[in-house]
Ligand binder design. Structure first.
Ligand code: AHM
Ligand code: MG
Length: 337
């Protein structure tokens, strides 16, 4: 009989991978799991907003209601603040990082960066969205308040990263540097169960995911790569398949399972693309590398980029390694000036 393993059990069992850890990281992952469940509940009720009043616009008392991305942000902050595992947090929703500098937090070793609700424009149309998180060990002295430098670390310093995808099922996918594991949420019980152990992405997939509406703005190398994807593959007599949801988490998740490449390139109107290095690209890069894939900005490994600001954007090429290699080849062969 197949053994059912909950996320809670898995976190505890894997604590032994960190011989010097005192359990703070395990506790932190549990806090993220809890906040994720709360956000999941809010998202499931999003369609009822107009009827019973939940998000956006005014509520029945005529008070302004918060949008779900703001609610998700608040839920993560308050859940993580109530525990003592992190000394600060930075979020895509907030201009600056926040410091938890009271007695229980300032001794904490970790900081968290989150995109609390990625792809939030999809909520109104009942399409999958997600939460992305990334955990670093602080570089400042424990006992003092967290500093900006604690957050501006390259992705190769990540201790853990993952996402929740609020899709047909809600799933939590994460890595602590020992492979990628995914857990599917059973809402009746309120637990995540290990459903996809040790995930690996195909070296070469059949899906390319990019907003082709921006074609006119794209660098020549990306245009050529897209045209190459649309040519007949002699092995199958078919071109590659184009799939683009417009929620990074959902597009990434599908490509992780099926094999593919996700691209958000630089463009004439967005010289560094749209996606954020710290909140979106680094955690996804860590996951895809742990699954055997690759992530770059077209030239440089994403996790080797030294961040200079919290909301820094970078072009993003992420997925099956041979596909990312091919896209990089086109960018090199057809440079834009
Ligand atoms: P957000 O963090 O404001 O939601 O923006 C990020 C999202 C990604 O989830 C998605 O892949 C991308 O923006 C879609 O952008 P576009 O509509 O330009 O294709
Ligand atoms: Mg986002």
């Amino acid at each position: 009989m197949k053994r059912h393993i909950t996320l809670g059990e898995f976190i505890i069992e894997n604590q032994k991978d960190f011989p010097y850890a005192k359990g703070e990281l395990s506790a932190l992952l549990s806090s993220i799991r809890l906040a994720g469940k709360m956000v999941n509940q809010g998202i499931n009720k999003a369609g009822l907003a107009e009827i019973v009043g939940a998000a956006g616009g005014e509520n029945v008392q005529g008070e302004d209601q918060q949008k779900l991305d703001v609610i998700a942000n608040d839920m993560f902050i308050s859940t993580l603040r109530k525990r003592g595992e992190i000394c600060g947090l930075a979020s895509e929703e907030m201009e600056d990082h926040i410091v938890f500098d009271d007695a229980i937090h300032s001794d904490a070793k970790y900081v968290v960066l989150i995109d609390p609700l990625d792809g939030s424009s999809n909520i109104d149309v009942n399409v999958s969205v997600g939460t992305i998180f990334s955990i670093y060990r602080r570089v400042s002295e424990p006992g003092s308040p967290a500093t900006l430098e604690d957050f501006l670390q390259p992705g190769n310093k990540q201790i853990a990263a993952g996402y929740l995808v609020y899709g047909t099922s809600t799933m939590l996918v994460y890595t602590t540097g020992n492979g990628v594991n995914a857990f599917t949420y059973d809402p009746g019980i309120g637990s995540f169960f290990l459903s996809h152990p040790n995930m690996k992405v195909k070296e070469n997939g059949k899906i390319y995911s990019i907003n082709e509406g921006n074609y006119v703005h794209m660098p020549e190398g990306v245009k050529r790569y897209i045209k190459w994807c649309q040519e007949l593959d002699p092995a199958t007599n078919r071109p590659l398949t184009s799939r683009y949801i417009g929620s990074l988490v959902a597009d990434f998740h599908r490509n992780l399972l099926k094999g593919g490449i996700y691209i958000y390139p630089q463009g004439t109107t967005a010289p560094n693309g749209k996606l954020r290095l710290l909140y979106e690209c680094n955690p996804m890069a860590y996951l895809i590398e742990q699954a055997g894939g690759k992530a770059s900005d077209g030239k440089t490994r994403i996790m080797d980029i030294d961040p200079t600001e919290l909301h820094q954007r970078v072009p993003f090429f992420c997925g099956s390694s041979e596909m990312v290699d091919k896209a990089e080849w086109f960018l090199k062969e057809y440079p834009s000036d």
